[in-house]
Write a new protein. Structure first.
Length: 193
């Protein structure tokens, strides 16, 4: 092999290796963490873009599991960071062949849609997800909150898990979105006398 060909191949390999892998087909558009009587509830909007391979898998009966992850971290100067809260919400997206409808389920509850776009629109909106209880947090303490959504490859059928290891089309995830969070004292109103 000539030196010129070897140099060209090494340069091409280096450029391919340094190019960032685009696994981000989920984008976080909006996050709101609002206090309520029990603690804090999360509202989030995502933009989910499925590639043709994933759409084909759904149409052929493969269920896709999307996991929304929320974490709360407290920085400590004397030891590792503390992780007082870690929550996951798993949503299953699948095609029901008998009714010819797409379904989103969370536990025993499900909702049906006539098109995949309608199902993705609802899947991309998380509303009133209770992520924090008042008893878990210290009032006035500074925390770092983080959120992401990803396609959970561990819940795919085994043959698809093997394929997902070697194929980037199955790697679907948002980046972690982090923001500072401070716990406020609960507002208590006095009853009129």
């Amino acid at each position: 092999m000539s030196l010129r060909l070897l140099t060209t191949l090494l340069l091409a390999l280096a450029l391919a290796w340094s190019a960032p892998a685009r696994a981000e087909n989920i984008e976080i558009r909006h996050i709101a963490l609002e206090g309520n009587d029990e603690g804090y509830a999360l509202d989030a909007d995502f933009h989910i873009e499925l590639n043709p391979r994933l759409e084909d898998a759904i149409d052929k009966g493969v269920a896709l599991y999307f996991t929304v992850e929320f974490e709360l971290t407290r920085k400590r100067w004397y030891w590792f960071d503390e992780h007082p809260v870690s929550r996951q919400l798993t949503l299953r997206l699948y095609y029901h062949a008998l009714t010819r409808q797409y379904r989103i389920s969370s536990g025993p509850l499900y909702q049906s849609f006539s098109t995949l776009q309608d199902a993705l629109r609802v899947l991309s909106r998380v509303r009133s997800w209770q992520v924090l209880e008042r008893t878990e947090l210290d009032v006035g303490t500074d925390y770092q909150a983080a959120l992401r959504m990803r396609l959970d490859l561990t819940q795919l059928p085994k043959p698809f898990q093997v394929s997902a290891l070697t194929n980037r089309d199955w790697n679907l995830s948002s980046e972690w979105r982090q923001w500072p969070f401070r716990v406020k004292a609960p507002v208590t109103e006095k009853a009129p006398q």
